[in-house]
Design a protein around this ligand. Structure first.
Ligand code: PLP
Length: 385
């Protein structure tokens, strides 16, 4: 390996841009017009946006009319997490948000809910939503304030653990609540079907799929029950999200969504094979590596581990110097490594940081070999220290 050669193992942070997404993006950049214009140029861009909407809809088995494009998952979360809804033209109040403790900050922050109207749902030591706690929270919910809203992600970005969303939906339905599912890390990795999950809303982002950054979607179950818009103005996206669409980013998103629907089983079983080899290699190199979530269902591409005596920040830098791009579980926008709220929620010592390897369709056996060689060196340096 030359000094400059890098191994990218941080697909959960963002996936490399797919060639098909780049082609669609560049082609759209060269098109003149505004998708809202009625002239031919505008109509051509409208067709592009609507094709992307169909591609994204297919990915999650939704009707294209129920896909609202946003600038990403964070904006979609801020759109959907609000106490103010409309059922048709009639205002509908949502009294309280119950969000799992392991949600991404985009959801944990609670969107447009006041802080005091957001409660976290604990997870078990296995990293799965605590059903009994959710039952109790919804049982005690004060209906006079409005309906309860529950937010539970489908796959966790740090551990890759898949949440039993269908079972969560059964509890939410029994209590007459709404269910919001962050499917950002799940699409392309496990089947995501808004109907089968019985979710009211799904949150998606393009760049985790190999599409460009700056595009995402809020997908609803129907068109009647909708949040009061976050961004008002020209009435684009049927008034749910104003502002001229970004056709290039959306065309790239559509291409990435299409690619995610192509032979997912074969793709994910190959990735699972790489991840399993990686974990086997880590265990062979040292018997004190802790692999989080290995005993429950995970997406195929993620391995989140801790090495006693190695802080996340130190580990991340050590691997970076070895030419390996991986991630501590959580990194804030400043790039500073924070303690993993996911590990804390699972009852692990927060000081015991985690390191996340996340793979993707472009990952190779060579990537795993280079990681394991670096891992052995990092482990032996830790021992020597
Ligand atoms: N939800 C999850 C699970 C994520 O992993 C991320 C990105 O890290 C987001 C939401 C936010 O996505 P975006 O930064 O595209 O808004």
């Amino acid at each position: 390996m030359t000094k400059t050669e890098r191994t990218y193992l941080d697909w959960n942070a963002t996936a490399p841009l797919l060639p098909a997404a780049r082609d669609a993006f560049v082609a759209a950049l060269d098109m003149v017009g505004n998708p809202s214009s009625v002239h031919g140029e505008g109509r051509a861009l409208r067709m592009l946006v609507e094709a992307a909407r169909r591609d994204v809809a297919v990915l999650v088995n939704a009707a294209p009319a129920n896909v609202i494009f946003t600038s990403g998952a964070t904006e979609a979360a801020n759109l959907v997490l609000t106490p103010n809804y409309r059922m048709g033209r009639t205002p509908l109040a949502i009294g309280h948000l119950y969000a799992s403790e392991i949600e991404h900050p985009a959801i944990r922050e609670g969107g447009r809910f006041a802080r005091e109207n957001v409660t976290t749902i604990p997870v078990t030591r296995a990293g799965v939503v605590d059903f009994d706690a959710l039952e109790t929270l919804l049982h005690n919910h004060d209906k006079a304030t409005g309906l309860p809203m529950v937010a539970v992600m489908l796959a966790n970005n740090e551990t890759g653990i898949v949440q039993p969303v269908k079972a969560v939906a059964e509890i939410v339905r029994r209590h007459g609540g709404l269910l919001v599912v962050d499917a950002v890390q799940a699409v392309g990795r496990v089947p995501v079907d808004i109907e089968a999950l019985d979710a009211d809303f799904l949150i998606l982002t393009s760049h985790k799929l190999g599409g460009p950054k700056g595009a995402g979607a809020l997908v609803s179950r129907g068109e009647v029950l909708m949040p009061v818009p976050l961004i008002r103005g020209g009435g684009q996206e049927k008034g749910h999200r104003s502002g001229t669409e970004n056709p290039a980013a959306l065309a790239g998103f559509g291409a990435a969504a299409r690619s995610a629907t192509e032979e997912p089983a074969a793709r994910n079983s190959r990735i699972a094979g790489l991840r399993d080899a990686l974990e086997k290699g880590m265990r062979a190199a040292t018997n004190d590596v802790i692999i989080h979530g290995a005993e429950v269902e995970r997406v195929a591409n993620t391995s989140f581990f801790s090495l006693p005596g190695l802080k996340s920040e130190t580990g991340q830098i050590a691997f970076d110097l070895e030419g390996i791009a991986l991630s501590a579980g959580s990194a804030c926008s400043s790039g500073k490594v924070g303690q993993s709220h996911v590990l804390t929620a699972m009852g692990f010592d927060a000081a015991l940081g985690g390191l996340r390897v996340s793979l993707g369709p472009g990952s190779t056996e060579g990537d795993v070999e280079r990681f394991l060689a670096a891992f052995s060196r990092v482990v032996s340096r830790r021992r020597a220290a």
